[in-house]
Design a protein. Structure first.
Length: 71
């Protein structure tokens, strides 16, 4: 990975026309990245909150839930 300051010095050493070209290309690249919606998968949620269920018996939990449905 090239440090930011090194890149900045390199860009500053370019002629102004090349700097403008680079700025235009970067602006186009960034606008495309920002415009594209990020897609997520439901599978990314796998395991989320699993620590909340530690020590809970599924059958017992379901039994309590089902009995509460009858009021």
């Amino acid at each position: 990975m090239v440090p930011y300051d090194e890149v900045r010095r390199t860009v500053q050493s370019l002629p102004p026309s090349e700097q403008l070209r680079l700025v235009a290309e970067l602006a186009e690249h960034l606008s495309k990245r920002m415009a594209a919606p990020q897609r997520h998968s439901l599978l990314e949620l796998r395991g989320l909150g699993k620590e909340l269920w530690n020590g809970v018996d599924p059958e017992e939990y379901l039994g309590k839930e089902r009995s509460s449905w009858d009021g």
